[in-house]
Design a protein around this ligand. Structure first.
Ligand code: GTR
Length: 427
């Protein structure tokens, strides 16, 4: 262990190095400019439906078409059918968080069937924190993170992922730097606050079933979709992680302790994208909290600011289908855009989190996508987004658009906003 003074220096050097790497890469374009608070960019206002259509028409014709287009051009195809096996379920603690909650851990595997060919994932864990003082079924915030479950739910008996050394843990310099740069809640959500509001939390670490690494991730995706022969439209990790949310719902949906309409998918950044995909393809998702999902999430591909299709597909070749990479530089040729992803979530409540200096994830493009998704909410007699500017946060609206100052990360103000949205829709 280094002496205290040296540790201070080491922390400083690591921070400078880390920031230099960030400055050298795209995400810090975000710290230089600020998102315009008025929706701009006339050319980028997509239109979802041009005439009045019935709910039946929308559900039977438009929705499947939008799903097909998004799978073809962005995410790759999800399985034809799927199932989930509960290998083990155990209670880790009855009186965690000062007696306020129990912690349970599930071991699951999931099977994906493409064209009649089935493949099954490696076992992965789902850690569920359930408030003790409730008799009524509670909504459950389903969380995916790039930190393993034992970092999300801090209890010594939560399993560490098998054979994967990654951790956001402890007192290490990397983890301190990460909290400094990406906010206090980047690794661990404020569990006490969530429990005080009366919600359960179900955490998963998606790298357990599809690695968040280019080569290993692509190998995992191929192994899970052998029946899908078209290389261009094989699913990417964002789709597979979104599918993972649904497998967690399979495991919990029969449990009387959870509200049937209360399976809320939550994620930040790459998992903000998977949280949206889950809801767009699974009607059991009751609501979505998608924070700073950016490119391939809530932000439009056409006329976009910040991270381009070229940049994201080059840096993360395993996240999307190859066909999406093929649209780099010719996004105008796409017959779909990300507003369709949001429209598929209608009429369910949707929270879109943003930050003013996170131009990398293009808050303005996400706002215009939300505006365009309104016509889908209208079909259900709902309003959708009611804000006219990015900063008129309206938590009770069907689409609540949140923008705070600062950059990419999960900071002090974010969780109170997420929970305010939850409260207005679930209480
Ligand atoms: C960035 C990526 C974004 C976002 C983010 C994250 O580097 O370019 O699209 O998803 O990573 O997940 O942390």
């Amino acid at each position: 262990m280094l002496p205290k003074r040296k540790r201070g220096w080491a922390l400083w050097i690591v921070s400078v190095l880390f920031m230099s790497i960030l400055v050298a890469c795209g995400p810090t374009k975000l710290t230089i400019s600020r998102a315009n608070l008025k929706p701009n960019g006339f050319a980028a206002r997509p239109v979802l439906v041009t005439k009045t259509i019935s709910q039946q028409d929308w559900e039977e014709n438009n929705r499947p078409q939008l799903q097909e287009d998004l799978q073809m051009q962005v995410f790759g195809f999800l399985p034809d059918t799927s199932s989930t096996q509960i290998i083990d379920q155990k209670t880790i603690a009855h009186t965690a968080y000062g007696g306020k909650a129990s912690i349970e851990e599930y071991t699951l595997t999931a099977t994906a069937i493409f064209n009649g060919q089935a493949s099954t994932t490696r076992p992965f864990k789902l850690v569920v924190v359930i408030p003790n003082d409730t008799t009524a079924p509670v909504p459950v915030i389903m969380l995916q993170s790039f930190c393993p479950n034992h970092n999300t739910v801090r209890h010594p008996d939560v399993s560490k992922p098998a054979g994967n050394g990654f951790s956001c843990d402890g007192e290490g310099l990397m983890s301190k730097t990460m909290n400094y740069v990406f906010g206090r809640y980047i690794a661990t959500p404020p569990m006490e606050m969530i429990l005080e509001h009366g919600y359960a939390l179900a955490a998963m670490y998606p790298s357990e079933f599809v690695a968040d690494r280019s080569e290993r991730g692509l190998a995992d995706l191929r192994a899970l979709s052998e029946g899908h022969t078209d290389d261009q439209t094989r699913w990417g990790a964002i789709a597979a992680w979104g599918w993972g949310f649904s497998r967690a719902i399979d495991a919990l949906e029969q449990d009387e302790r959870f509200a049937k309409d209360g399976f809320v998918t939550y994620g930040h950044s790459r998992y903000g994208k998977s949280a949206l995909v889950a809801a767009a393809f699974d009607s059991r998702v009751g609501a979505v909290i998608s924070h700073q999902s950016g490119t391939g999430g809530a932000s439009l591909n056409k006329y976009k600011k910040g991270e381009s299709v070229r940049e994201i597909t080059k840096t993360f070749p395993h996240w999307f289908s190859k066909s999406y990479a093929g649209y780099a530089g010719r996004e105008q040729d796409m017959t779909t855009d990300q507003h369709a992803l949001l429209a598929l979530i209608a009429p369910r409540p949707l929270f879109l989190g943003n930050a003013r200096r996170d131009v990398w994830s293009d808050p303005n493009g996400a706002f215009r996508a939300a505006q365009a998704a309104n016509s889908a909410y209208n079909i259900y007699g709902k309003q959708g987004l009611t804000q006219v500017k990015l900063n008129d946060f309206t938590p009770a609206a069907d689409i609540a658009f949140w923008i705070r100052s600062g950059t990419h990360g999960v900071v002090k103000e974010d969780w109170p906003a997420f929970l305010e949205f939850m409260d207005t829709h679930y209480k």
